[in-house]
Design a protein around this ligand. Sequence first.
Ligand SMILES: C[S@@+](CC[C@H](N)C(=O)[O-])C[C@H]1O[C@@H](n2cnc3c(N)ncnc32)[C@H](O)[C@@H]1O
Length: 520
Amino acid sequence: MSNQCATCGEEAKLLCSGCHSLYYCGREHQKKHWKTHKPECTTFRLEYSPTMGRYVVANRDIKQGEIILKEKPIVLGPKIASLPVCLGCNRRLKATSMDDDDPLEYYKCSKCGWPLCAPRCEDSPNHRDECKLMSERNYRSPIQYQDSPKKESSYCCITPLRCLLLPQKEFQRLSGLQSHLDERINTPLYKILKTNLVMFIREVLGLKQFDERTILNVAGILDTNAFEIRRNMGNVKIRGLYPRTAMLSHNCKPNTKHVFAGEDFELSLMATVDIKKDEIISATYTQTLWPTLDRRAHLKMSKCFDCSCERCADATEFNTFLSAIKCSKCKNYVISTEPLNRLADWQCTSCSKIFTAKQISLGNDALKKELQSLDKSSPSQLEHFLESYLTFDGVLHENNCHVLEAKYALCQIYGNMLSELSDDQLTNKINLCNDILEVANILEPGITKLRGVLLYDMQAAMAVLTKKLLESEKITAAQADASMRQVISVLQDAAVILKTDPDLGYLLKDKVKDLSDLCE
Ligand SMILES: C[S@@+](CC[C@H](N)C(=O)[O-])C[C@H]1O[C@@H](n2cnc3c(N)ncnc32)[C@H](O)[C@@H]1O
């Protein structure tokens, strides 16, 4: 694979000696680019290892909250299976009807029939080229409005097509990314893509210049490197390719987060904790509150590697005991004897009783099923789940991932009905936030979204409880005053984090109003 000059995009051999991440065709273009590149160049460099491939390392100490890198996507588009989205502006679609008697339907592009928000999205640069190709070949989208919209697999062709249609220089940049195609090619998904995607590109659209391997390689590049972009505002859930940020390696306790801003979904990579010079700058490709077995299985399936980070190698997961269950004999904790081997036995830390990997996996599956089946429209079933598993005879550690999932779900249900909660339920909500925060402080420390949202939720419950207790004369005005000072302190901590995320800042605007209502 060849490298492109960061200034002109032509083939380049001169590597920036500061960060080892950009190439230039010559000194002149390196000089020209220096003003833009200087702030990043001194921050990080690219290194290589046989196990991880390329990865990013800090060139100097980086402070919590510092922006390490900003990057615009080279491609944006729907995920492999997506709820109906607008191919122009990327938003989730809303159906409309012409008048009250007409059935609901999406607006459809007048040329290719793909659902869009409105006529203005037909000419969006995102959609223009694919629309021309599809309409010239008389291809019409099969997507129809349904009362309960489902994920549509026909979207699987759109983002790979957009990659293939990139200008040559951009396509070459993309081709330099890892695809793991040889590992993926015989998986069930790629067997389906071999038929559907390759057929669509070559036969339906007639793009015979792309052979099967090139098309599947692009799908592999997207699956290995694309970032999921979620945005509450505008209801967006798509994927985007950011080739420089894609160089970050994975860690189950990452030291960065990324946020997306603006109409062009520019990514900002931010240090969530202080990062020392020569430390690896990492992201997470999975969920930090998942247990080791699930994280490793997900990474293997979606990113084709066996994670052996410090957290995965530690059966206690930094003393959080996120995967632990209780020993049926002595009620102490049972953890894996070899966390990097999913088939290894588990053992009680006190009486040494052994549990096979199969027993643990069956137990986890049963708990997942039970949690899924619970009614999440009211608190009672989750409250009962937690009561039954957290007694002395219960089988789970208080930080076990299933317990944490139930606690988080209960927290959200309580959060949606704060004004209706009893004093006990409000106290419970505050305790639940605290419990999850204790784990988050270890596994997702610093200015992370999880901590920001938990702190925000906690202060909301604290404020409502204070007001209720004061009104029912269960506390004095002086006690209420002290309690509100605590609320403000927690809110301030939350605000430091929420302000760094363009998608969460709105919570703070609502907060100012909530607080003034409460103070009245
Ligand atoms: C988004 S890419 C990262 C850049 C990649 N290393 C490269 O050279 O192009 C993701 C891939 O990097 C490798 N990788 C990332 N983090 C890793 C880790 N902690 N251990 C092993 N491999 C890792 C895996 O092959 C993974 O599929």
